[in-house]
Structures are given as C-alpha cells and as structure tokens.
Design a protein. Structure first.
Length: 271
C-alpha cells in the first residue's frame, strides 16, 4: 500500500497532563506530518492552551464528522467507556492509555467487536513499562507466571487507598501494601496501577497476573519490575521512570509511549 503523504489526523480524548505532553512532543518532532484536529471533553473548563485550530467536541457522535486517523485517550477509564465505541467506529485507530477500563471484560469485547466491524484498531501503548513486546511475543507459547511489582515514593500513593493501609508519612523502608491480581490492583488503584492491565493483557490475563504495590521512601522515581517465566525461558526486567512533572502518579514514559505509537503510524522504519 502506498504511503499517504497527508498529515496524520489526530484527535485527543481528554486534555490533561499526558495528552498535553504528547501534543507538545509531536509538535516538536512531527510538525509537518501530524495534524491535531479535535479534543473530546465533557468539561469545557479544561479547554485551555489548546494547539492551533483544534476543535473541541462534547458529544461522541461528533467524531463521525472528523475523518480522524487516530484518537488518543488519556482521560481515565470513564472516558474510555464514553468515547471509545464512537472512536473505533469513526477513526482508523483508538489508543487507550487508561487500560484499567479493560478490567471490564464486556467493554473490551464490545470494543474488539466494533473494531472488527469498522476495520479499525484498538491500540494499547506500552505505557511506563519495558519488555511488553517480549511478553506479548512469549505468550505465543505457554506462560507460567507473570509478576508485576510497582514501586513508587510514598507521596505518589497519596490520595489512594494506600492511605488506609499504611502511614505514608511515617514509613522508613520499603513496604509492600498490596498483593493480588492485576484486575484487583487496577480496579482499586486506577491512577497508580493502571499499567498492570498492560502487562496482563500482553501475557496471561488479568486474573493470573500477580501485582505487588510498594511504597519506598528511597525510590527516586516510579519503578516497574516484571518477572516472567514460561516455555520461552525467563524474563526479569526493571525500569525506573521519572514522574510526569505535572502528575507524580504517572510517568513521562506514559506520554512517550503514546508518542512512539503515533510516530509508528507515519514512519517507514518501525521498531
């Protein structure tokens, strides 16, 4: 298929810290190849510092008029349910950063059915993780175990259920305050453990993937440790990300993975 030289038409669901960062980086790196068309918002008060002539839309049905190539979601799991079906019905692809939405098996099934019906794609970025491509490849054979450990400074767990499990201000060493399935972790800690759904969907699923959540006063950033075993062999990988400056519960890598995903739609050389 011949390369389409028209700019990639991009829409955003939400205009928070991650999507702002994505738009800023794409503007710097791909100004001639990417066109920002629309931002999907419920709260018009968030429509500040929008790029260029971008249109603000407040109804999912409006996506039908925009001829978007890709829609990037980074607005929380409720926004995925609200906008996702319309995006998959009217754009070439939907990239979902709020993967915790897919703790709802019925929603995931609806999206996959919609994508198949309309010839679109549901894309899950690697987020703050490393090694997701390896886990996904290894899952072609039998996987025995996937452990995803998430280690963050105590303040990064503020405002979450972690505050009811330990005294975040008083701990002096690393404390594991949660151990359970990826489904439970992402459901109880959607802002901090959303990424556990990514490792789960790449490998052995939401209920078999084990997640540990750790508050560590010595942590300099947000660390993810993945330990995987199976017929392919063994994988043990760790990545420590700098927190997103405007949202310490997330990582800059979450935005960078979305940038890479978009750029791979316009590159001749893809890795």
């Amino acid at each position: 298929m011949a390369y389409n030289h028209n700019p990639l038409r991009v829409g955003f669901i939400g205009w928070g810290a991650i999507n702002r960062r994505v738009a800023s980086l794409l503007s710097e790196r791909q100004r001639e190849k990417v066109s920002f068309v629309a931002v999907c918002l419920r709260d018009l008060a968030e429509a500040v510092d929008l790029p260029g002539d971008v249109e603000v839309i407040t109804e999912p049905s409006s996506l039908a008029e925009l001829e978007l190539d890709i829609v990037i979601e980074a607005a929380g799991r409720a926004a995925v349910a609200e906008w996702g079906k319309a995006a998959l019905s009217n754009a070439g692809a939907l990239a979902v950063a709020s993967a915790s939405a897919f703790c709802d098996d019925d929603l995931l099934e609806l999206f996959l059915r919609t994508a198949n019906e309309h010839g679109s794609q549901l894309l899950i970025p690697s987020g703050a993780l490393a090694g997701i491509d390896a886990i996904a490849a290894a899952s072609a054979l039998s996987l025995e175990e996937v452990l995803h450990r998430i280690v963050k400074p105590p303040h990064a767990w503020s405002g979450t259920a972690a505050e009811t499990m330990l005294d975040l201000a008083a701990i002096t060493k690393a404390e594991t305050f949660f151990r359970g399935s990826a489904r439970e972790a992402a459901s109880r800690f959607p802002q901090n453990a959303n990424v556990a759904v990514i490792s789960a969907l790449a490998g052995i699923g939401l209920d078999r993937t084990c997640v540990e959540l750790v508050a560590d006063p010595s942590a300099k950033g947000n660390r993810h440790e993945l330990i995987v075993s199976g017929e392919f062999g063994n994988l043990n990988i760790s990545i420590e990300n700098r927190p997103l400056a405007s949202n310490p519960k997330s990582s800059d890598m979450a935005a960078l993975s979305l940038v890479r995903l978009v750029e791979n739609r316009i590159r001749a050389f893809v890795m």
